[in-house]
Design a protein around this ligand. Sequence first.
Ligand code: GDP
Ligand code: MG
Length: 388
Amino acid sequence: PKTAYVRTKPHLNIGTMGHVDHGKTTLTAAITKVLADRGTGTFVPFDRIDRAPEEAARGITITLTHVEYETDTRHYAHVDMPGHADYVKNMVTGAAQLDGAILVVSALDGIMPQTAEHVLLARQVGVDHIVVALNKADAGDEELADLVELEVRDLLTRHGYPGDTTPVVRVSGLKALEGDPRWTASVEALLDAVDTYVPVPERYLDAPFLLPVENVLTITGRGTVVTGAVERGTVRVGDRIEVLGAGVETVVTGLETFGKPMAEAQAGDNVALLLRGVPRDAVRRGHVVAAPGSVTPHRRFTARVYVLPAREGGRTTPVSTGYRPQFYIRTADVVGRVDLGEKAVARPGDTVTMTVELGREVPLEPGLGFAVREGGRTVGAGTVIAVE
Ligand code: GDP
Ligand code: MG
């Protein structure tokens, strides 16, 4: 029998972000190695984290790799994403639900375009705490690392983070993975910085249960399982839930986190829910599991949207009424038509109020963040003001 999950420490969701090849996956593996050597985790080798995206049935692609570990004071789910597009999708939509992030910057290369875009995304989705891992510190010289550190602090400050006081830790994921004592200590210092700098977020435990569906799986002989991070509330085996998007109401018959059964999942937990009698094809990424009657789907809403300028990866030309980009709302990806009302056009760099008519209904509420995407890149970031 499987060992049940016992909640002894606060749980936080963190993740590595940063430019391709700066060492995110190597560092993730190194963290698990350092903690496994300390006896509070299981080593997850590089190629188990960085495997090609798994294709589940019906083309749902798993684009998040979670590893689990504990420090002395916290239990972490740590997500490492294979490619830049996965960051944009999973972070911006809130699928990654990061309570804090480790920004990995190669001390040899400095800030690169994806470094800057990930900081921007983090700001937009409300990741308030970033710890910097100045990686590959084994390979370059100190003066270069000093320059890169200044550059990173400045980048953070420009995006509204406290760049001057953000922890910046010089590490070598590669050498720590090889067991080098000096660099093992550097990864421990990084974890200490995460433990102390990233606070345990306020969890909305009393709110009705809500989980945006990230992935759907079938367990032979048991039924359909949906996975994702609990956005708010709590859920127990036996609870009634509805799946918005699928139009079904049913009962949760099983609950697990990282393969361990649990009695109750709460806001912030990464979980798998086994649902009674739901056909596999009925549920998809983008659907929302919620306490029955607690949320309402909508097609029309008003939002404030920041149209990204070209220097932040956005458009070079204005958008006007009739524009039809993709809206990434929680884990859903839906086309929508933009109405700018009297203003009629919005230039890159503008923040505007717009009305959006989505191609299908999704659960919406004031305050919810979303991304606007076009041709595979983020062109806007918005917040819902009102729903119709
Ligand atoms: P990712 O794309 O950010 O996940 O980067 P990877 O973890 O795949 O690493 C990219 C390359 O950088 C690989 O060849 C790694 O071996 C190398 N690398 C990663 N961390 C370090 C480090 O701390 N020092 C050195 N010298 N090389 C590293
Ligand atoms: Mg990687």
